[in-house]
Design a protein around this ligand. Structure first.
Ligand SMILES: NC(=O)C1=CN([C@@H]2O[C@H](COP(=O)(O)OP(=O)(O)OC[C@H]3O[C@@H](n4cnc5c(N)ncnc54)[C@H](OP(=O)(O)O)[C@@H]3O)[C@@H](O)[C@H]2O)C=CC1
Ligand SMILES: Cc1cn([C@H]2C[C@H](O)[C@@H](COP(=O)(O)OP(=O)(O)O[C@H]3O[C@@H](C)C(=O)[C@@H](O)[C@H]3O)O2)c(=O)[nH]c1=O
Length: 297
C-alpha cells in the first residue's frame, strides 16, 4: 500500500507516522513538503499535482486548521485548509480509485440535549472551525471517493498543544483555575486515533463497503472541569508540586470566548464498534498514560 500522510507534525499526524508503517510505504509530509511533493493545504493546485503524479493508494489527511477561536477572524484560511483542500484530495482520490482518510470533530454539532450523537444526526456547527470541518466532510462525501472520515473529540497527545498540557502549565503558575463544567465530551488520545486508523485501513483494503463516516472517541464522558481536575490530581499523586490551590467549576457563560462551543459533545461510537469490531477504552486510561509519559510533567 502506497500511503501519503499530510500533517505529519500534528498530534494525530505524529502518531500516524508510527501506526501506518506496517501497512506499506509511507511518505509523510509537513506543510513544507518534500522534493516535488507539496504538503501545504493552502496550495490547492500543488496538492492536485502532487496526488496526480505520486498516485498514492491512500491519502491520510491529518492536517487541519485547529485554532478554534482564531478561526472566527480567519474564516477564509480555515475554509481553505479544512474544506477546499479536502475537496481537492477527495476529487483526486476519486479519479485514482484510492482511499482518503480524514478527521473531523464533535464541533459539527450544536451541542443540544444530553444524548450521544450518532453519525446520521443533524449537524449545525456553532463556530467557524466547525462549519469549515463540516464543509470538508460534505465535500469528501460528494466526491464519490472511498473514504474513512473519523469524527473525534478533545484530542490530546504528549506532542503538540492541548487542553491537558495547558491545565498542567496553568496549575504550575497560578493559585486558582476556573474551568467550564457544563461542556461535556470525551478526551481522546492521538495514539488511539492513529491505531484505530491503521486497523480500519487494513480492513477497508479488503472490504470497500466500509467506506463512510465514523465517530471515534474514548469511552465515558466528562466536563472540561472534570478533565482538568483529573489531570491535576494525577500530577499531584505523582509528586508534582503545583502552585494551584483551588480549581473552580464555572459555566460557559462565565468564560466568554470568540468561538461558541457545544455543550453536548458526546459521540456515539457504536457504528465503529459494530463495523470494525473495536472497543474503545475509557478516556481515563489514555490520559493516565499521557501523564506517565509526558517528560516535562
Ligand atoms: N485537536 C483536537 O482537539 C481535535 C482535532 N480534530 C481533528 O483531528 C485532526 C488532527 O488534529 P490534531 O492532530 O489535534 O491537530 P494539530 O493542530 O495538532 O495539527 C494540525 C496539523 O496541521 C498542520 N497544518 C496547519 N495548516 C496547514 C497547512 N496550510 N498545510 C499543511 N499543514 C497544515 C499543522 O502544521 P504545523 O505543525 O506546521 O502548524 C499541524 O501539524 C484534524 O482534522 C482536527 O480537525 C477533531 C477533534 C478534536
Ligand atoms: C484555558 C481554559 C479553557 N477553558 C475552557 C474553554 C473551552 O470551553 C474549553 C477547552 O478549551 P480549549 O481552547 O483548550 O479547547 P478547544 O480548542 O475548544 O478544543 C477543541 O479543539 C478542536 C480542534 C476540536 O475539534 C474539539 O474537539 C476540541 O478539542 O475549556 C476554561 O474553562 N478555563 C481555562 O482556563
Amino acid at each position: 500500500m502506497k500511503i501519503l500522510l499530510l500533517g505529519k507534525n500534528g498530534q494525530v499526524g505524529w502518531e500516524l507516522q508510527r501506526a501506518l508503517q506496517p501497512l506499506g510505504q509511507v511518505v509523510a509530509l509537513s506543510r513544507f513538503g518534500k522534493g516535488d511533493l507539496v504538503g501545504d493545504l493552502t496550495d490547492l493546485s500543488g496538492l492536485y499535482r502532487t496526488l496526480s503524479n505520486y498516485k498514492p493508494d491512500v491519502v491520510v489527511n491529518a492536517a487541519a486548521y485547529t485554532a478554534v477561536d482564531k478561526a472566527e477572524s480567519e474564516p477564509a484560511l480555515a475554509r481553505r485548509i479544512n474544506a477546499e483542500a479536502p475537496q481537492v484530495l477527495a476529487e483526486c482520490m476519486a479519479k485514482l480509485g484510492g482511499w482518503l482518510v480524514h478527521y473531523s470533530t464533535d464541533y459539527v454539532f450544536d451541542g443540544s440535549g444530553d444524548h450521544r450523537w450518532c453519525e446520521d444526526q443533524s449537524t449545525a456547527p456553532l463556530n467557524v472551525y466547525g462549519q469549515t470541518k463540516l464543509a470538508g466532510e460534505q465535500a469528501i462525501q460528494a466526491s464519490g471517493c472511498q473514504h474513512l472520515i473519523f469524527r473525534t473529540s478533545w484530542v490530546y497527545a504528549a506532542r503538540g498543544g492541548n487542553f491537558a498540557k495547558t491545565m498542567l502549565r496553568l496549575a504550575a503558575e497560578r493559585e486558582q483555575l476556573k474551568v467550564i463544567d457544563d461542556q461535556i465530551g470525551s478526551p481522546t488520545g492521538a495514539e488511539l486515533i492513529a491505531d484505530i486508523t491503521a486497523h480500519s485501513l487494513r480492513i477497508a483494503d479488503c472490504k470497500p463497503k466500509v467506506s463512510g463516516l465514523y465517530h471515534l472517541a474514548a469511552d465515558g464522558e466528562v466536563s472540561w472541569y472534570g478533565y482538568a481536575s483529573f489531570v491535576i490530581e494525577q500530577a499531584r499523586q505523582a509528586g508534582k508540586v503545583l502552585a494551584m490551590q483551588k480549581i473552580a467549576a464555572i459555566t460557559t457563560a462565565d468564560y466568554p470566548t470568540p468561538a461558541q462551543r457545544p455543550l453536548n459533545s458526546r459521540l456515539d461510537c457504536s457504528k465503529l464498534r459494530n463495523i470494525f469490531g473495536l472497543h474503545l477504552p475509557h478516556w481515563q486510561n489514555g490520559v493516565r498514560r499521557l501523564l506517565s509519559e509526558y517528560k516535562e510533567y
